[in-house]
Write a protein that binds this ligand. Structure first.
Ligand SMILES: [Zn+2]
Length: 238
C-alpha cells in the first residue's frame, strides 16, 4: 500500500468512527493542553491522565463515557492513540477529548501542519519542498495551506485579539493575510508563554488548544475560541 493509500484508509477509518459517534452526540471536540510527546501518549494507551474539564456548552461536570482509537502521524510514522469521549452530566452532550498535538479531523500532528504552513504561508518556500521535509504527501500539504490561507484573515484578527487580551503586544499586520495570521499566532503564543504552563507546549499545540483543534477546519467555531467574551483558553493541567 502506498503512503497515500494508507493515509486514505486511515482517514476513512477515522471518519467511520466519527460517523458512528455523531448519530446521537455532538461532534464537538475539546482540546486539552497535553504536553506529552506523541510516543508517550501512544504508549500510555487508555491510561493517559486527563484534566478535569467543564462542559463547553453549559459548564456542567464532564464524566467519562466511552472512547475510540485513531491514528496520528508525526515524523512520517503513524501511532494509534486513544481518544476518550466525555459526557456532560447536566446537558447530556458528549465531547471527544483530543490532546493538543492533534487537530480535529486531521491525521497529521499539529506541529507538522504548523511547520508546513509556517514555511509556505510565511513565504519561505513552495508546498512541494515543505511537504517533502515534513514527510507528508504533496496534496495533503497543499490542502493545509489552502485552508490556512482561506481562514487567515479570521485567524489573524482572532489571534491578534487574543494576544492583547493576554497582555501581549498589539500586532502590526504585515502584508498578506497568511503572514498576518502567522504573526498573530506568534504574538498570542508569546503572550501565553508568560502564563504558567504554556511555554513548554509550543506554538502549534497552543494554537490547536485555543481553536478546539479547528485551526484549519472549514466553517466552524470552537467553543474555546470566543475571544473577547467568556472563555478563550482551556485550563492548563497541574
Ligand atoms: Zn453540558
Amino acid at each position: 500500500m502506498s503512503p497515500v493509500e494508507r493515509e486514505g484508509s486511515l482517514l476513512a477509518s477515522f471518519s467511520a468512527d466519527r460517523e458512528k459517534g455523531s448519530e446521537a452526540v455532538s461532534p464537538v471536540a475539546i482540546v486539552w493542553p497535553c504536553r506529552l510527546a506523541v510516543d508517550e501518549y501512544a504508549a500510555a494507551g487508555r491510561d493517559v491522565g486527563f484534566p478535569r474539564l467543564a462542559c463547553p456548552s453549559c459548564a456542567g461536570p464532564l464524566v467519562s463515557w466511552s472512547g475510540y482509537w485513531r491514528y496520528v502521524r508525526e515524523a512520517g510514522r503513524c501511532r494509534k492513540i486513544s481518544v476518550p469521549r466525555l459526557r456532560c452530566a447536566r446537558c447530556g452532550a458528549s465531547h471527544a477529548l483530543l490532546p493538543a498535538f492533534m487537530l480535529a479531523w486531521r491525521l497529521d500532528a499539529a506541529g507538522t501542519v504548523g511547520m508546513v504552513v509556517t514555511e509556505v504561508a510565511g513565504g519561505g518556500c513552495g508546498v512541494r519542498p515543505a511537504a517533502e521535509r515534513a514527510g507528508v504527501p504533496y496534496t495533503t500539504a497543499r490542502g493545509w495551506v489552502r485552508r490556512f490561507r482561506a481562514r487567515a484573515p479570521e485567524l489573524g484578527v482572532a489571534f491578534a485579539a487574543l494576544a492583547v487580551e493576554l497582555g501581549g503586544q498589539a500586532v502590526t499586520p504585515p502584508a498578506g493575510a497568511g503572514r498576518f495570521a502567522l504573526t498573530a499566532i506568534g504574538a498570542a503564543f508569546a503572550a501565553a508563554a508568560g502564563l504558567p504552563g504554556w511555554r513548554r507546549l509550543g506554538a502549534w499545540r497552543f494554537a490547536s488548544s485555543v481553536t478546539g483543534g479547528r485551526l484549519i477546519a472549514a466553517h466552524t467555531t470552537s467553543p474555546w475560541f470566543t475571544v473577547g467574551s467568556r472563555r478563550f483558553m482551556p485550563p492548563i493541567p497541574p
